[in-house]
Design a protein around this ligand. Structure first.
Ligand code: PLP
Length: 401
């Protein structure tokens, strides 16, 4: 028997940490959504107008997506029955990969079951111990986790600070390096300085990776995303990742780039190799989502008009919005209690806008993450603005932080 102190009980420790979160107003609870109808949700029997989904184009319940899902399920069943490299890679997946590569202007694309897994797999395939990964401080959690999984050194730079990124790269000029950024930042809605980052990556010999989860479908002439829309091809941004669970209204993710990249990931990305392929019916529905997202420009135009209307209204009210041209329009509130109180206050008025608290965002930057969708109409945006105008006076106005 060991002479040391008794072991820590892991479940007790977890319970203690959970309790600490509760005391700090940072505890999270699942809420069951009983029904969905466009932007409307039913929860606890209450009908709420939602401004928190990522269904930016209003495609998640589109009859053509549903019909494609049903038809493909009739033909192929529900599950893919295995990993892609065994016998799970179906015609529907191959077609979706081709469609995504063509849309984003890349040679090839490779499907992953989720964006989280894509970001883990890319980095784990590319990076080894001793390599360097330089990332924006506000990158999505799974980009940060990917570096940890790969065992590489993670160095972060202040948000959108290209000089900061340059300093981090220069700190280890000999190391093989990945420079990774969100295209549209998921909690702030603002944009990465792509041109400057591409120049920096080129100068430093680092590979540039952009996570365009919130740009795909929303930005670019035919919705090809922030990266492709700005004219950045495979040469400037060799690693483009995006998801199917946001503007496309489906689920899953992909990496697009050169044929050599896709071949390499197919060998070495463990989150691709050792997992069940997404249901083929979901791939079929995603193909339809891409077609609609490309062709139905009115969805993007309507979304942009609603964003402009919301921002103009919020400016008139003196609300503290981030500098965001995207569908993500965070209202900064400061501490977690204020954000929670605001959420509850809006809920009592029939609006669902979730509070985003640390550790998802930095301490002191709790917020309402308001998201807009082509599924909303002007009257609904006005209703949100009217409710926000009556938010109890306090932290949401400049000078009160
Ligand atoms: C949502 C999101 C992911 C994760 O994608 P999932 O398909 O939901 O796992 C990755 N990166 C960013 C920037 C995201 O917003």
């Amino acid at each position: 028997m060991s002479q040391n102190l008794p072991r820590t009980d892991l479940l007790d420790r977890l319970a203690a940490r959970t309790l600490a979160r509760e005391h700090a107003s940072l505890h999270r609870r699942l809420q069951v959504i009983e029904q969905v109808d466009g932007p409307w949700l039913v929860r606890n029997g209450q009908r709420l107008l939602g401004f928190c989904s990522n269904d930016y184009l209003g495609l998640a319940q589109h009859p053509q997506l549903i019909a494609a899902l049903k038809q493909a399920a009739d033909e192929t069943g529900v599950g893919s029955t295995s990993a892609h490299l065994i016998c799970g890679h179906r015609r529907e997946h191959a077609e979706l990969e081709d469609v995504l590569a063509a849309w984003t202007g890349r040679e090839r694309a490779l499907l992953f079951s989720t964006g989280y897994m894509a970001n883990l797999g890319i980095q784990q395939a590319l990076l080894s111990a001793g390599d360097l990964c330089v990332q924006d401080k506000l990158n999505h959690a799974c980009l940060l986790d990917g570096t940890k999984l790969a065992g590489a050194e993670l160095k972060r730079y202040p948000h959108v600070d290209v000089a900061g990124a340059a300093r981090q790269l220069a700190s280890r000029p000999q190391a093989a390096a990945l420079l990774a950024t969100d295209g549209v930042f998921s909690m702030d809605g603002d944009l990465a300085p792509l041109a400057e980052l591409a120049t920096l990556a080129g100068r430093e010999g680092a590979a540039l990776m952009v996570d365009d989860a919130h740009g795909l479908g929303v930005l670019g002439a035919d919705g090809a995303g922030y990266v492709a829309g700005q004219g950045f091809g495979q040469h400037e941004v060799p690693l483009l990742m995006a998801t199917l669970g946001k503007a496309l209204g489906a689920s899953g993710a992909f990496v697009a780039g050169s044929a050599a990249l896709v071949d390499g990931l197919t060998q070495f990305a463990r989150t691709f190799v050792y997992t069940t392929a997404m249901p083929p019916a979901l791939a079929a529905a995603s193909c339809v989502a891409v077609r609609l997202a490309r062709s139905e420009n009115w969805r993007r135009e309507k979304l942009q008009a609603l964003i402009a209307r919301f921002r103009a209204g919020a400016a008139q009210l003196g609300l503290r919005l981030a500098n965001s041209p995207s569908a993500i329009q965070p209202l900064l509130l400061g501490d977690a209690d204020t954000a929670l109180a605001a959420t509850q206050w809006l809920e009592a008025r029939g609006l669902l806008v979730t509070a985003i608290r640390p550790p998802t965002v930095p301490a002191g930057q709790a917020r309402l993450r308001i998201t807009l969708s082509a599924a909303h109409d002007e009257a609904q945006v006005d209703r949100l603005l009217a409710a926000l105008s009556e938010l109890p006076q306090g932290a949401h106005r400049p000078g009160h932080l």
